[in-house]
Design a protein around this ligand. Structure first.
Ligand code: HEC
Ligand code: HEC
Length: 422
């Protein structure tokens, strides 16, 4: 199925239609390194046992996050290549993650940048967080479960996936991207770095991080927003304070278009998701069992001698995710999940939570609790909850709907119509 999906990409068709596939490169939207990264991203042969690609947890149809509705409805956490093994968080989008700066503490004392919900893919090794990140999943026993970089290298050498989908073998793609002999399993660590750099290039490419939403078209003056969307945007940047963190200003990085995140960390008080399968993982992976708490950034800082003194002040904080593609789905009814633990299942619910979190009583104190209606469950981590920018926004139901309407303009692949098209 995934295979068919790839073939349906116009670029792949150009390639297979061309005489010698490689000569077609000049017509392609992707560079050789991006194309190599793409093959690695979609190749289901690079796991142990085979069967799991990056794309299984980061599907294009849903904005490069978790595609499976049944999983999203419950724990929101995806099974690894070894069935029955689960990680502990919902996959964030792999798009726009490339724009996150190297993890650092800024002049105001706030932590910024990195990849993963807790920032632990810092970018200190390979120069960008996405490249550091890309080395994680292949070796993670809860994800693609390979034993070593050598194991991954040998699987790439043995795989004919790139040849099948692009008409160019992995070996040729490596040569064109990194020079002759660069797919070399005698130096598996260097090759493993190249694998990560190629994936990072693909994630930053115009195919994954395409800045092609209705909102982008609007910013470029190529389309107009509806009245409700404009109202939502005004609230987003005003009364509802969303853009304090999901910033609508261009952040630089050579792009003036906004990323809808400032790559900082906050504890917004998201409740626990008791359906997280990680609670039931064996002690080898989850020694704390059902008492496990996701302390986010605080947990990563505690493991870093240079930052451990800041761990307590950052306990419970998670990275501000981009809101680009937050509503991207293959059909209107396709269910997605939100937050690091997939506790919320709709954008309306998310906005209602921001609006009323501190207005409603706790569900524990309520004899007939109806979450989101007469109560909200307690935060997963009670410390460091942001109480100044959210929780009691005094928005009407129509205001909430308008914000949701604006969030829907953030899905890539918008086709301007009528005179707007170009
Ligand atoms: C089994 C599901 C699974 C697979 C397979 C998987 N991921 Fe992920 N990915 C996740 C989860 C879960 C996280 C968040 C983990 C965390 O924060 O601790 C994540 C985080 C990321 C991020 C960080 C985004 C950000 O904004 O911080 C990127 C980028 C990413 N994955 C890319 C990849 C790539 C590339 C591969 C293949 C080499 C891959 N993923 C394989 C589940 C998966
Ligand atoms: C103080 C910073 C801050 C503000 C203000 C803020 N957010 Fe967030 N937002 C976050 C953080 C941090 C997360 C992730 C929290 C978690 O997973 O525990 C998040 C997550 C989300 C998500 C889930 C995205 C996903 O991929 O799972 C949505 C949607 C969202 N915010 C929308 C909004 C809207 C709409 C507003 C305004 C009403 C808003 N946010 C205001 C920091 C903020």
């Amino acid at each position: 199925m995934r295979f068919t999906k790839i073939l349906s990409y116009p670029m792949a068709i150009v390639l297979t239609a061309a005489g010698t596939a490689w000569e077609a490169r000049a017509d392609m939207a992707l560079t050789s390194k991006e194309l190599l990264g793409k093959a690695l991203f979609f190749d289901t042969g690079l796991s142990t046992p085979p069967g799991q690609a990056c794309a299984d947890c980061h599907g294009p149809d849903v904005g490069w996050t978790g595609p499976d509705q049944d999983i999203n409805l419950h724990g929101g956490v995806y099974e690894g290549a070894v069935k029955t093994r689960f990680g502990n968080r919902k996959p964030p989008s792999a798009a726009y993650a490339s724009f996150s700066p190297i993890f650092h503490r800024d002049e105001t004392g706030n932590f910024v940048g990195g990849n993963f919900w807790d920032g632990r893919a810092t970018g200190e090794k390979l120069g960008t967080p996405v490249a550091d990140q890309a080395q994680g999943p292949f070796l993670n026993p809860l994800e693609q479960n390979n034993s070593s970089p050598l194991d991954v290298c040998q699987k790439v050498v043995a795989s004919n996936f790139a040849g099948q989908i692009t008409g160019v073998s992995y070996s040729d793609l490596f040569t064109h991207s990194f020079g002759p002999g660069s797919l070399d399993c005698n130096n598996p660590l260097d090759t493993y770095d190249r694998i990560a750099l190629a994936i990072a290039a693909y994630e930053a490419s115009s195919e994954v991080s395409s800045f092609s939403s209705k909102y982008d078209a609007y910013l470029k003056g190529r389309t107009t927003l509806t009245k409700q969307e404009r109202k939502g945007l005004a609230l987003f940047e005003g009364k509802a304070k969303c853009s304090n963190c999901h910033t609508t200003k261009g952040l630089g990085h050579g792009r003036s278009l906004p990323l809808l995140t400032d790559f900082t960390y906050e504890n917004i008080g998201v409740p626990k998701n008791s359906e997280n399968p990680f609670y039931n993982m064996p002690a080898e992976y989850n020694p704390k069992g059902i008492t496990w708490l996701d302390i986010g950034l605080g947990g990563f800082l505690a493991n870093r001698p240079d930052f451990s003194q800041y761990a307590d002040a950052n306990k419970g904080k998670q990275k501000v995710p981009t809101l680009r593609n937050v509503d991207k789905r293959p059909s209107l009814v396709h269910l997605k999940a939100y937050m690091h633990n997939a506790a919320f299942k709709s954008l309306k619910e998310v906005v209602h939570f921001y609006n009323t979190r501190d207005m409603l009583s706790g569900c524990d104190e309520n004899s007939q609790p109806k979450p989101g209606i007469n109560c909200w469950p307690a935060p997963e981590v009670a410390t460091n909850v942001n109480r100044t920018e959210m929780g009691d926004l005094n928005l009407s139901d129509e205001d909430e709907d308008a914000i949701v309407a604006f969030l829907r303009t953030l899905s890539d692949g918008f086709q301007p119509t009528g005179h707007d098209s170009d």
